[in-house]
Unconditional design. Sequence first.
Length: 99
Amino acid sequence: MKYALILFAFCGMLFTGCSNPFDADAEKNFTQTFQDGFLKSCGTQARVGLKKAEADRYCQCALEQVMSNWDNDEEAGAALDGLPMLEVQRLLVTPCATK
């Protein structure tokens, strides 16, 4: 199950989109397209090993982690694309797997 969490976290990070600012922080610029795509991809993968409510909770946390670590869709996508799996686990999986 741990590997499933790592896999869907990594795959879900690769979505990018257009422009619509993230409301909670004016300096962030994550589109609704990016956020919806991330949650959909993550949820599909997470439900392989988790109940729907658990998967939804995990994916929301993972999205929040992405949005706190990067400023926009493009930056997050580029960073996550080349990020080693151990870093993906450290940044996204570990903080969210315990919630």
